[in-house]
Design a protein around this ligand. Structure first.
Ligand code: NAP
Length: 303
């Protein structure tokens, strides 16, 4: 069965290149005719890995037209996910499976609600890749991808294809908790790195601010049904700050490069869930407002 990949950005190209070189059928769905022409002019995807680059001439088409889709990897940003899924809705075969690679939470639920007849699997990845230029991607950090079905269905048979393609992936029985843990970590670290204009490690000199956020995020995790995640959060945050001390967070990098951030699916999602659960969360809400004001002042979207 063909792996159809929507979005030839960092993760989309990383997956496409590895699946293709394992001999598995892959096709890319690009936004429009103009992007398709630009892709064809380059002759394929270039993946740079350990300093070596390889060209993968993977077939591509626009999202709007083509054969029915049975398995779709949705590899766009969270804020594009719902419209991207809508753009291929008419092409989805009965019982189609979607793998949603988006960071944060909220976009997955929007896609699932839009496509009630498809099976939507959620993913959480620690792999790292970035776009050097159009359709040219650098594999920057080895990691792992967890996949799961929030409705508890069985693990799909195609996990063996990921193994064959050397894509480190594991089935998770609690994918929502995994995504929530990542959202909480992100909310405790990333916005502060933007507002203080610092590397992750520099947050060690703002221990009280971090601790107050962890306290409220812990309440949110607890109220969402993840007491263990709530208990472990502060320690997890301190470990990540120490282990990634020299790094700039993804949100810091987005803002520094004038790119739209995924704030609505991270801090925004945490605040919306706090509303739903009637949690006050004053520190988180103040942080959200400060971050939004910071983005607006730089001409960037605050949602
Ligand atoms: P990215 O490099 O910006 O790539 C997104 C791609 O989606 C772009 O190529 C974009 O097309 C395409 N796209 C958007 N809407 C589309 C549509 N309607 N039809 C066709 N293509 C469409 O993003 P990314 O870094 O791969 O991130 C994807 C998700 O994975 C994000 O939620 C991110 O947080 C998460 N993630 C990324 C990494 C990483 O290391 N990169 C790691 C873990 C998680 P254009 O090129 O035409 O704009």
């Amino acid at each position: 069965m063909t792996w159809t990949i929507l979005g030839a950005g960092s993760l989309g190209c990383l997956w496409a290149a590895r699946l293709s070189r394992a001999g598995l059928p892959v096709r890319l769905l690009l936004r429009d005719r103009q992007r398709l022409n630009a892709y064809r002019a380059l002759g394929g995807i270039t993946l740079v890995e350990d300093g070596r680059e390889s060209l993968y001439p993977i077939p591509a088409e626009t999202a709007a037209q083509g054969a029915p889709i049975q398995r779709l990897l949705l590899a766009c940003k969270a804020y594009d996910a719902e419209s991207a899924a809508a753009s291929v809705a008419a092409r989805l075969a009965p019982g189609a499976e979607l793998i949603l690679l988006q960071n944060g939470l909220g976009s997955q639920q929007a896609v699932s609600a839009h496509l009630p007849r498809a099976r939507c699997l959620y993913a959480s990845s620690t792999e790292g890749a970035f776009r050097e230029s159009d359709f040219r991607v650098v594999f920057a950090g080895r990691g792992q991808t967890w996949l799961g079905d929030k409705d508890g269905g069985p693990a799909p048979g195609w996990l063996t294809e990921l193994e064959q393609a050397a894509i480190p992936a594991q089935w998770s029985e609690n994918i929502l908790e995994r995504l929530w843990r990542k959202v909480a970590l992100n909310c405790a670290i990333n916005p502060l790195t933007v507002l203080h204009q610092c590397r992750n490690g520099d947050l060690a000199s703002h221990p009280e601010e971090v601790a107050k956020l962890c306290d409220e995020l812990g309440q949110l995790l607890h109220a969402s049904g993840y007491p263990e995640a709530a208990r472990e959060l502060q320690g997890d945050v301190e470990r990540v700050i120490a282990a990634t001390a020299a790094n700039f967070s993804s949100m810091y990098q987005d803002v520094a490069q004038g790119r739209r951030s995924e704030i609505a699916y991270l801090l925004g999602h945490a605040c919306r869930e706090g509303d739903r659960l009637h949690l006050a969360m004053p520190q988180l809400r103040a942080l959200h407002e400060r971050l939004r004001a910071y983005l607006v002042a730089r001409g960037l979207p605050d949602t």
